[in-house]
Design a protein around this ligand. Structure first.
Ligand SMILES: O=C1O[C@H](COP(=O)(O)O)[C@@H](O)[C@H](O)[C@H]1O
Length: 253
């Protein structure tokens, strides 16, 4: 049994700042429970507003709550295949934010390969998949490693991670694939597939701003195909939540 985005619990707040703080405090609670139960937790993060706003809020909330950061693994649901350290890399703001997490083990921040390392994009995807399989245990019977919490963003076109409308086969046996022609720059990216994301215990979407409203409505309707709305294809094992501000929900005055 999996939960679909159409069945998501909606957490609605008027302002994006308050929304990021609410998500952060909920995430710290979930990660702390998992660390207590399993000794380790696996968090998947997106780029964009998740990396810029939500991850720093999680670090602040985690430090305040005394989260045992040394037991947390952080993964990227997608990454841009551009040189390390640049503004276009999803890892750049996350690396900066995680430096402030008290006791976090930097070797548990799992950053994908990049073109400046001389890697081919397919080799970087295969390498990231192998690392994911090595470090994250399956929690189901299908043998797919399981994120405890996947934090997703979305674009106005309904993309999530680097799964773009009309761009990828709807399903793939791989866990990480290369994207060569993303319609949103930069064009070359790596992304977790639906198969990898489906195995996440929880998938929480962070959506803010009017530009997301139409795509969010379509995704939540449950009527769109994955080619029309990759976001609408999102599922998780236990729970899907949508953290959205009034503008993204289309309820602002
Ligand atoms: O390109 C990307 O965009 C999405 C959405 O970004 P946002 O700034 O509108 O939240 C992001 O979730 C994804 O990880 C990123 O590569």
């Amino acid at each position: 049994m999996t939960v679909a985005l159409a069945d998501a619990e909606i957490i609605a707040l008027e302002l994006p700042e308050a929304l990021a703080e609410r998500l952060a405090s909920d995430a710290v609670a979930v990660l702390g429970e998992r660390i207590d139960a399993a000794g380790v937790a696996h968090l998947g993060v997106s780029g964009g507003s998740v990396a810029d706003r939500v991850v720093p809020a999680i670090v602040t909330a985690g430090n305040a709550a005394g989260l045992d950061w040394s037991r947390l693994h952080v993964w990227f649901v997608d990454e841009r295949f551009v040189p390390r350290g640049g503004a276009d890399r999803n890892a750049t703001p996350v690396v900066a934010a995680m430096r402030a997490a008290d006791g976090f083990d930097a070797s548990r921040l799992h950053i994908a390969g990049s073109d400046d390392l001389g890697l081919e994009i397919e080799a970087a995807a295969a390498d990231y998949e192998q690392r994911f399989v090595r470090h994250a245990s399956p929690q189901g019977t299908d043998g797919v490693p399981s994120l405890d919490l996947a934090l997703l963003g979305m674009g106005p076109d309904g993309h999530t991670a680097s799964l773009f409308p009309g761009q990828l086969p709807a399903e793939s046996n791989a866990l990480v694939v290369a994207v060569e022609d993303s319609p949103k720059p930069p064009p070359r990216r790596l992304t977790l597939t639906y198969r990898a994301l489906d195995a996440a215990q929880r998938a929480w979407l962070f959506a803010t701003g009017e530009s997301k409203a139409q795509a969010l409505t379509l995704a939540r309707s449950g009527t769109a195909t994955p080619q029309e709305s990759p976001l609408g294809r999102i599922r998780a094992v236990r729970e899907v939540r949508v953290y959205a501000d009034s503008a993204a929900l289309g309820t602002s005055n």
